[in-house]
Design a protein around this ligand. Structure first.
Ligand SMILES: [Zn+2]
Length: 473
């Protein structure tokens, strides 16, 4: 039978808007203070989960809640399951909003609220997509599960792991939590720390400069946007200030140097960017280390600066480490040093985030990192996080079906995207990210005045409805 998907969406849209506004009014930010049994990420997240599950039951889906860690709504019959993976939690509102982030505001064809595009708008669109299929009475030979995650933003996806420990992995599926057309490949993500405990080298020198402290960045997966170092000792303060100013000017970087009681403090401003594209930001920590490399420092301070300089400065694709690996599926490996922390009498620690293609092996990367660390008296801390690369083959039924549907609705070619990684699609064994943002649309996720475009969300809902139907029929 031929279904006019856009017409069906039009019929549902007023109800969709009413429901999504209620859903968006729940400030479902991770809240440690209200954690309890059944609400492992706090009450507001649990409230949002309960809201969507109640609505799904009201419209005739069966639901199952795995202790508040994640839940699903199901429709259809059959052994196999098609999964649509969404999340009900949101990042904190932050400052600078034009409207109350938790009182959805519809204006000029845009619905503004925290979570509008990431991910409550598309989550509710997926629910309505399945509602359309149900109300049309379309027969399905596979069950469809809309799975609601609860800690996509705040954690390590613990909630989903608890869910899948109990519930079967869908045969295949998609996550409406990134962009169209289709993200089929995501790099592996390796997060580790190079550390050196305070050693015998930390004694103050007799003369010259000692690196008293060096700090930059807060998160391994972000480009450090601010760095600060303090030098103490009896070096020439005036000369260092001069040198630093001319270095900043030459490299067109913002920063300053100021004299302190027994030395000088250097501050340098970089440009923040996501750590999966380290070359697109300006890493303040690396830039400050580049400057310090030209100074005569105490031995322990010098070890740190040489480690950074010899292996990470001007080496965003792992060139200096000898891990500049690239393949056709994921593209180039990237290296981001996101956190730098050093005090003369305490621990030294660098937080490194490496995004690697399928072709690169973790053991090779770790081997090179360990060798680099050892060269300067550092070790790789044992708390290594390693998420394997994720991809779905281009000729897989999932990819072919989504491509066909996307092209029919948009008239555009459904190109397949490979990214640095981190979408919810990788939480499914055979999963891709599919929308909701269309090519060229403004990205407002995690920002002030987050919104979704009403016309585009209609289009996405129609695509989701037909895609779910085609995968499950
Ligand atoms: Zn999201």
């Amino acid at each position: 039978m031929s279904v006019q998907w856009r017409n069906e969406v039009e019929k549902q849209y007023d109800t969709y808007l009413e429901k999504v506004k209620e859903f968006l009014s729940i400030p479902s930010v991770h809240d440690e203070t209200s954690v309890k049994d059944g609400a492992p990420f706090g009450q507001p997240v649990a409230d949002a989960l309960e809201y969507i599950l109640n609505y799904c039951e009201e419209i005739g889906f069966t639901t199952h809640n795995v202790g508040g860690y994640a839940a699903h709504a199901e429709y259809g019959t059959g052994e196999e399951i098609i999964g649509v993976l969404c999340h009900v939690d949101v990042v904190p509102a932050g400052d600078g909003w034009t409207w109350d982030p938790f009182k959805p505001e519809l204006r000029d064809g845009k619905l503004y609220a925290r979570g509008a595009i990431d991910d409550k708008g598309p989550t509710m669109a997926a629910v309505f997509a399945l509602k359309i299929i149900k109300e049309l009475g379309l027969p399905l030979r596979r069950r469809v599960r809309i799975i609601f995650g609860t800690d996509e933003e705040s954690g390590d996806w613990v909630g989903l792991r608890r869910y899948f420990a109990e519930q079967p992995m869908p045969l295949m599926g998609f996550a409406p939590d990134a962009e169209f057309p289709i993200i089929t490949a995501e790099k592996g993500i390796l997060i580790c720390h190079l550390v050196q405990d305070v050693g015998t080298l930390s004694a103050q020198r007799e003369s010259g400069w000692t690196l008293a402290s060096f700090q930059a960045g807060n998160r391994e997966n972000m480009v450090a946007d601010k760095a600060e170092a303090v030098l103490t000792g009896d070096g020439d303060v005036f000369a260092v200030k001069e040198q630093f100013q001319s270095y900043l000017m030459k490299r067109r970087i913002r920063g300053y140097a100021e004299e302190q009681n027994d030395g000088v403090r250097l501050v340098l401003e970089g440009i923040s960017h996501h750590g999966m594209e380290p070359h697109k930001g300006l890493n303040a920590g690396l830039e400050l280390a580049r400057f310090l490399h030209a100074l005569d420092l105490d031995e322990r301070g010098r070890q740190l600066i040489r480690l950074i300089h010899d292996y990470f400065v001007d080496s965003f694709f792992g060139e200096k480490l000898g891990i500049d690996i690239e393949d056709d599926i994921n593209g180039k490996l990237t290296v981001n040093v996101g956190t730098f922390s050093y005090v003369q009498d305490g621990q030294a620690k660098l937080g490194v985030n490496i995004r690697y293609p399928v072709k690169a092996g973790t053991s090779e990367i770790m081997g090179k990192l360990k060798a680099a660390a050892q060269a300067f008296g550092y070790t790789v801390a044992p708390n290594v996080i390693d998420q394997k690369p994720h991809y779905v083959k281009h000729d897989h039924e999932l990819v072919k079906t989504l491509q066909r549907v996307y092209e029919a609705h948009t008239g555009e070619e459904a190109t397949l995207l490979a990214i640095g990684g981190g979408t919810y699609g990788r939480a499914l064994d055979t999963g891709v990210a599919f929308g909701p943002l269309f090519p060229g649309e403004e990205e407002t996720a995690h920002q002030k005045d987050e919104y979704f475009n009403v016309e585009n969300m209609k289009r996405a809902m129609a695509i989701y409805a037909e895609a779910i139907y085609e995968l499950a029929k």
